[in-house]
Design a protein around this ligand. Structure first.
Ligand code: GLY
Length: 566
């Protein structure tokens, strides 16, 4: 029987049970409890795909593969096959690990590729278009994840995504709004025939079908890695890359390999924290923040009190300054992880924190930045009935990545090259500064802030979490952990709580709408802080194992995702 017929049979069987209703199942008390398994992702259709896999007997890792491919269809602003990401897992037996499927710089990349002859950065070159594309890692990553930890046939995990791409999925309000907002940007780089461009403005409820993506996913189902990194899909990608100033070549696709890495691990008030090591800065920075936090009684200070925000800000200021200097791809630069996580180093670093006065970021380390742009990335968390757990954060970098759409393949390509330090001291789109550790080199992975994280208590699984938000990912994950451990909140409450963010440069506290009253704002100003309102910080998808053994799913109300359990 021809393999395309096999895909149709799978699709037919799947279509008998498929549900493309996007309503969420958060109950009236806003608590989402389940006994057996839970999936929390940025899209209810993707969460449902994951839960269906768990119900069919798949484990958390099978569900992760299915959710990742489903998000690549129904959440095109960040879900992807043309991007990359990181996964942190913990098996039911307590074994932990992490998978790095971050994009890499193409072989033809060089450190000055975004600078003009006067060594000035050329506006927009690293953030949009064909030259901003890093070699995608997601497909290789999902295949390796399945090979090592999956239990169901790979084809069963691909069929839901193929079905959604072929039969279509309804847009929600936010997606319709963003597609309308980005229409002109899409048209700058693509033909008007791509499926995300409509003649009239998109409305919530409109259906989008992406048959070309169904074809690509079908090739991945049939040929595995080769269905993406060689053959027609690779040809379509490179054909597109050649239309612009792109440098990615077949050799880059052939050479791409995701990597298993030992996670970074540490403790916080007796809990074990397991997070992503470099080339993400997320795990190291998170552990530095938590270790530094142990010296303070946040509960006594009060949640989002002036004292708590001042203290978190001062800790964050120092950690982000370290990030700018020391963090990069460990395969290219000797990242001093041990030193950065050394208790004496952290305590010495924080010894200059004063309770009644802010420190000046210029005195911590030089730098100069002035903007933070919004960003997209997406995170999902899964726990299965055996207690296997996985946290996956994946991204195209900006919303819809480089905006370059591989029309014959049906997917966007990332603009992850902007996460390199394109010129020492020059901020990237998140206002983050970098130096030598994160300079561009062929085959190198760009530094990330993604922080998929797992927390254990007394040797048992406690929490799985992560967030999108570029530079704000780390402080978002940090605050959710404080909310659960220090402030004893449940999962949804810990996500609902308002957040602040500081990243050393710019020297400003960003705070969410309604986070601070005017008195608190005045008090923080009196300590010397500059404040700026930000509508939303982070969008966490997380799961908590409660004391009664129930799983509490958290889906951040800042987005339209859903935690679905059974
Ligand atoms: N592209 C955002 C990050 O990796 O941190």
């Amino acid at each position: 029987m021809r393999s395309t017929s096999i895909i149709f049979i799978f699709m037919f069987l799947y279509s008998c049970t498929a549900n493309t209703d996007r309503s969420t199942n958060i109950n009236s008390e806003n608590l989402n409890l389940a006994q057996h398994g839970m999936v929390s992702s940025a899209d209810s259709l993707a969460s449902q795909v994951g839960v269906d896999i768990l119900k069919k007997g798949g484990n958390a890792f099978d569900a992760a593969v299915a959710v990742h491919f489903a998000l690549a269809v129904v959440y095109p602003m960040a879900g992807n096959i043309g991007g990359g990401g990181f996964a942190v897992y913990r098996t039911k037996g307590g074994e932990t690990g992490s998978l790095d499927f971050r994009e890499k710089a193409p072989l033809a990349a060089n450190r000055n590729m975004y600078l003009d002859t006067a060594m000035q950065a050329i506006d927009g070159l690293s953030t949009k278009g064909h030259l901003s594309v890093g070699v995608p890692g997601s497909v290789d990553g999902m295949i390796r994840l399945h090979e090592k930890l999956g239990s169901m046939p790979f084809a069963d995990l691909m069929v839901p995504a193929i079905f959604l791409a072929r039969e279509g999925f309804p847009l929600n309000n936010r997606e319709a709004e963003y597609l309308n907002l980005y229409r002109e940007k899409f048209l700058e780089l693509n033909d008007s025939t791509i499926p995300f461009i409509n003649h009239t403005p998109w409305q919530a409820g409109d259906t989008i079908k992406i048959p070309a993506l169904a074809g690509t996913l079908g090739r991945i189902l049939q040929y595995g890695r080769n269905g993406f990194y060689s053959g027609p899909t690779a040809h379509y990608m490179l054909e597109e890359i050649k239309k612009g100033l792109g440098i990615m070549a077949q050799e880059d696709l052939d050479m791409y390999k995701s990597k298993w890495r030992d996670p970074v691990e540490g403790t916080y008030r007796g809990h074990k924290i397991i997070s992503m090591p470099p080339p993400s800065s997320g795990g190291v920075a998170l552990l530095q923040l938590l270790k530094g936090s142990e010296a303070y009684d946040f509960k006594a200070m009060g949640h989002n009190s002036v004292a708590a925000i001042h203290t978190m800000t001062e800790l964050e200021r120092r950690v982000y300054a370290d990030r700018a200097t020391f963090l990069g791809d460990p395969d290219f630069y000797p990242v001093p992880v041990e030193k950065l996580l050394d208790a004496a180093y952290i305590s010495e670093r924080n010894s200059t924190i004063l309770p009644d006065r802010k420190t000046n970021s210029q005195d911590i380390k030089e730098g100069h930045v002035d903007i933070i742009e919004s960003t997209e990335t997406t995170h999902f968390s899964i726990v299965d009935k055996e207690g296997n757990a996985i946290a996956v954060t994946t991204t195209l970098n900006s919303l819809y990545g480089s905006k370059v759409f591989v029309e014959k393949g049906g997917f966007f390509l990332n603009n992850e090259m902007d996460d390199f330090s394109i010129k020492p001291g020059l901020p990237n789109q998140f206002g983050l500064i970098g130096g030598e550790a994160n300079a561009i080199e062929p085959e190198k992975r760009m530094l990330s802030s993604m922080s998929p994280t797992i927390v254990e208590k007394d040797g048992e699984l406690l929490m799985v979490l992560g967030s999108p938000g570029g530079s704000t990912i780390i402080t978002t994950v940090y605050q959710v952990i404080l909310n659960v451990i220090d402030y004893e909140m449940g999962m949804q409450a810990a996500l609902d709580a308002k957040r602040t963010h500081h990243q050393w440069q710019p020297d400003k506290i960003f705070y969410e709408t309604d986070c601070l009253d005017s008195l608190s704002i005045e008090s923080l100003k009196n300590l010397g802080h500059v404040l700026e309102i930000e509508s939303k910080l982070g969008r966490v998808h997380a799961i908590l194992v409660r004391e009664d053994g129930m799983l509490e799913g958290g889906a951040d109300l800042r987005g339209d995702g859903a935690a679905i359990g059974y």
